[in-house]
Design a protein around this ligand. Structure first.
Ligand code: AMP
Ligand code: MG
Length: 406
């Protein structure tokens, strides 16, 4: 039986990163930029005012000034400031040539000149302001050709905005994996139904689809497959058209656990069956090879909901990351101090639902009480899984352990 690290390595060995392609900008949230992007222009593209106010020269501030023009954002000034005057200017408007500072409107007052013309009076202390006060110079934040977003960056809202500023309507990224989700089990009914005797609702499909959405993949729910060979096989064949097929249930030792044998008869090459992990020991992983660069990765997750959830995070998520070019593909554990003592009966390394919190002096973690791998409700209080290595042990409060955030 493989250790978790060996099993993850085996998954990643089989996973091919996708080719990159141009994708509409707003559809790339959460994906990874394949090629660096450099600025196609200076930003800002012209000297501009940072405030609503009056653009003046320092030497002219002693007396009230005539206002010769108003420039709003989006307009272009027509005057050059080469004599004692003021130009009214709005935030973001291009600066007229000759302007030295912009005095915010709230520091100025309107006065009427001897000839009845309106003038603007600015405080005398403005004469001692630094040149360029309230002005943002062309190229102050970015110069033409500067690196804006590096290759390999995860695309968050701020990267998308920066790419929009560079005029990229389409962005080169590796696409989202399409992932078919197939829940198996004669006991399952859909979420809308009231379970009859011996039945339960198919919660795994919704949970796994949500985990896929969170992982920036595209879920393709295939409904429920009965524990019956022909029906299961028909659904598996449908699922094998996706980049990844995730099944839940039917991978243990029961008579009705038909998933491994039906996957084999569909041509899926088994890579491993079972891993030394709790929950999730019966996990199955294989690959359908269609050609040198075309394959479907197949994960048979154990049906118990927490097993499905944990195995998705441990084994499926790294494969998705590798396909999309996220580095590192492996889950990254953080160190955190236990808040309360915890006793393990460790016949296998345990990934225990836990609550991770960040405090000024570091991360702390609390194991969430659960009655086992069917206890999905317990995970609602959790935001991570705490790793307890194999062995019967009591971990004292304050002991540092490894935790993987969900
Ligand atoms: P299995 O892995 O098929 O032996 O199922 C293990 C346990 O998980 C059983 O108690 C199943 O009823 C339960 N289970 C299987 N599939 C699902 C599902 N889609 N949603 C919720 N529970 C499930
Ligand atoms: Mg089953």
């Amino acid at each position: 039986m493989m250790e978790v690290s060996e099993a993850v390595a085996a998954v990643l060995r089989e996973t091919l990163p996708f080719e990159s392609q141009a994708i509409p900008l707003l559809e790339t949230l959460g994906l990874v930029l394949a090629e660096e992007v450099r600025a196609d222009a200076d930003s800002p593209p012209f000297d501009k005012s940072l405030v609503d106010g009056f653009a003046v020269r320092l030497a002219d501030c002693a007396t009230p000034l005539p206002v010769i023009e108003t420039v709003a954002a989006g307009q272009v000034p027509t005057y050059v400031l080469d004599h004692a005057a003021a130009i009214q200017i709005m935030t973001g408007a291009p600066l007229p040539v000759g302007v030295e500072v912009v005095v915010p409107v709230e520091h100025t007052s309107q006065v009427i000149g001897t000839d009845g013309r309106p003038l603007v009076s600015v405080p005398s202390k403005v004469a001692s302001w630094k040149l360029g006060t309230n002005i943002l110079r062309r190229g102050a934040s970015t110069k033409l050709g500067d690196l804006v977003v590096a290759a390999g960056s995860e695309l968050r809202p701020q990267e998308l905005g920066a790419l929009a500023e560079c005029g990229l309507a389409r962005v080169t990224t590796r696409r989202r994996p399409r992932v078919a989700v197939l829940a198996t089990g004669d006991e399952l009914v859909s979420v809308e139904q009231t379970p009859g005797p011996g039945q339960i609702r198919n919660s795994n499909e919704t949970m796994l689809c949500a985990q896929l959405l969170r992982a920036c993949a595209e879920p393709v729910p295939l409904g429920i497959a009965r524990d019956e060979r022909a029906h299961l096989r028909e659904r598996i064949d449908l699922g094998l058209q996706a980049d990844v097929l995730v099944l839940s249930g039917g991978v243990s030792m029961g008579e009705k656990d038909l998933v491994p044998s039906e996957l084999a008869s569909a041509g899926v090459r088994q890579v491993f069956h079972k891993a030394n992990v709790k929950p999730g020991k019966p996990i199955w992983f294989g690959v359908l090879d269609r050609g040198p660069n075309s394959r479907t990765m197949v994960f048979g997750l154990p049906g118990n909901p927490v097993s499905s959830m944990v195995c998705f995070e441990l084994f499926v998520r790294p494969a998705l990351r590798r396909m999309m070019g996220v580095s590192p593909a492996e889950s990254v554990a953080v160190k955190a101090r236990l808040t309360t003592p915890h006793t393990t009966k460790g016949e296998r390394p345990t990934y225990q639902p836990a609550r991770l919190e960040w405090r000024a002096d570091g991360a702390i973690v609390t194991a969430v009480p659960w009655v086992g791998s069917s206890d999905l409700r317990a995970t609602v209080a959790a935001n991570s899984m705490a790793l307890f290595p194999v062995g019967d042990q009591t971990y004292e409060a304050g002991r540092t352990i490894e935790v993987i955030a969900w």
